[in-house]
Design a protein around this ligand. Structure first.
Ligand code: UGA
Length: 435
């Protein structure tokens, strides 16, 4: 099948590459000529394990094409995915849909035979209906259907999530569109992936409900961690104790410095706002957003306390800047709240991240960056681990100790054991791990 993907951001590029791996012929379109040229040169604009190989192989086999020419890309396409950005609108947190609608209105001129227009970007409930409204008068109704096919992939595990998803959710309102969507996902039938066909509104809400629920689990366990700290309990064992209950499940119960990334913060805010417009307050999700935003800022206080109440003039080593490991993505990363807050209190910050430093350099001021994890440790008064990269799980602790001015370790991801660290002579502060 010939398909077009508009937008070569995270979701667009991964989806395009994976659909081509399924055997479809995919043309990825973007307005950013520079980005398209880089992709044509085999350069991948984001760090995502496995994506480079997938793009190279399918490009070489001419199943994956890149262009800025939407008209040419639409020629003969049976399906077009809209995978452009839906950023939080400044001020009110609504998902900004201007790029989605602009893409739809532009492509209308190039549809000459039946095509399914599919939203892959995360869009608030009602967007599919609004797309149909906007196409009235622009495109003959017989030439298209609108579908919603939200993406559930995680950064850092995107290829695996796309190729072996827990489920695929498709919102359609015609048999013709269902047939096209079935054909697109046929390779997944072989491994019996559940494909849930539903209506547009249900598919749109399912995406937000999934992210909001996962974010709720995180804020929930983060608050439990705070309580554990006060009463001498261990949140990791609480997670285990509740996670073994199959009704709860053990995933997304790692306490930490608060969730970040391009999805949870944006999508929880957007859900709160879009539900408000229907007069249905999302009280739980609103609290999740609030707990998380306050938490990220409050994390700096823990470092200050670990440094005996002041970081003024002190050297703080930070390991891990991205919002999670295996990505170069810095969007809404806790490091962007923690580091400036420490600097405001007079800290001098030295940092390392395996993949996020070029993005971090654009977003953080007055930080000294190092290419290896031991660089920032020299003469440091505290080491703060913000992101749990595997590289930081097995540091040479003797070397770490000898490099530092004071052996204070603030471990926001609980990757070390308190007892082991005490044995190595560190003053260790984890998350939710009692006294
Ligand atoms: C998330 C969802 O997991 C995907 O299913 C979804 O498709 C994606 O958003 C999206 O909407 O596009 P992602 O943002 O890549 O994926 O990352 P996650 O692995 O979900 O982590 C999000 C944040 O939560 C990170 O900051 C992570 O450190 C934090 N987290 C996660 C915790 O603090 N504790 C946990 O137990 C799990």
């Amino acid at each position: 099948m010939k398909i077009t993907v508009i937008g070569t951001g995270y979701v667009g590029l991964v989806s395009g590459a994976c659909f081509s791996e399924f055997g479809h012929t995919v043309t990825c379109v973007d307005k950013d000529a520079d980005k398209i040229q880089r992709l044509l040169n085999g350069e991948i604009p984001i760090y995502e394990p496995g994506l480079d190989g997938l793009v190279a192989r399918n490009s070489a086999e001419k199943r994956l094409l890149f262009t800025t020419d939407l008209k040419a890309a639409m020629d003969g396409a049976e399906a077009v995915f809209i995978a452009v950005g839906t950023p939080s609108r400044r001020g009110d947190g609504h998902a900004d849909l201007q790029y989605v609608f602009a893409a739809v209105e532009e492509l209308a001129a190039f549809i000459k035979s039946y095509t399914v227009i599919i939203t892959k970007s995360t869009v608030p409930v009602g967007t599919g209906a609004e797309i149909k409204n906007r196409l009235q008068g622009l495109l003959d109704e017989k030439l298209y259907d609108v579908a919603s096919n939200p993406e559930f992939l995680r950064e850092g595990a995107a290829i695996e999530d796309f190729m072996r998803p827990d489920r695929v959710v498709v919102g359609v309102d015609s048999d013709a569109a269902k047939k096209v969507m079935n054909a697109l996902y046929r390779p997944l039938f072989l491994n019996e992936t559940p494909i849930l066909f539903t209506n547009l509104e249900t598919a749109e809400i399912t995406k937000y409900a999934a992210n909001a629920f996962l974010a709720t689990k995180i804020s929930f366990i983060n608050e439990m961690a705070d309580l554990c700290e006060k009463v001498g309990a261990d949140v990791q064992q609480v997670s285990k104790g509740i996670g073994l209950d199959k009704r709860i499940g053990n995933k997304f119960l790692h306490a930490g410095p608060g969730f970040g990334g391009s999805c949870f913060p944006k999508d929880t805010r957007a859900l709160v706002h879009s539900a408000d417009t229907y007069g249905v307050p999302m009280r739980i999700v609103r609290s999740v957003v609030d707990v998380n935003e306050k938490r990220k800022i409050a994390m700096a206080e823990r470092v200050i306390t670990a440094c005996n109440g002041s970081v003024e003039g002190k050297r703080i080593a930070v390991l891990g800047l991205t919002f999670k490991p295996n990505t170069d993505d810095m969007r809404e990363s806790p490091s962007l709240d923690i580091i400036p807050a420490l600097q405001k209190h007079g800290a001098v910050v030295h940092a390392h991240d395996p993949k996020g430093m070029s993005e971090a350099k654009e977003m953080l001021e007055d930080v000294t960056f190092y290419d290896d994890p031991y660089g920032p440790l020299k003469d440091a008064d505290a080491l703060v681990i913000i992101t749990e990269w595997n590289q930081f799980r097995a540091l040479d602790l003797k070397r770490v100790h000898s490099l530092m001015n004071k052996p204070v370790l603030v471990d926001f991801r609980n990757i070390y054991s308190k007892a082991d660290m005490a044995a190595e002579g560190f003053d260790y502060i984890g998350i939710g791990r009692g006294k």
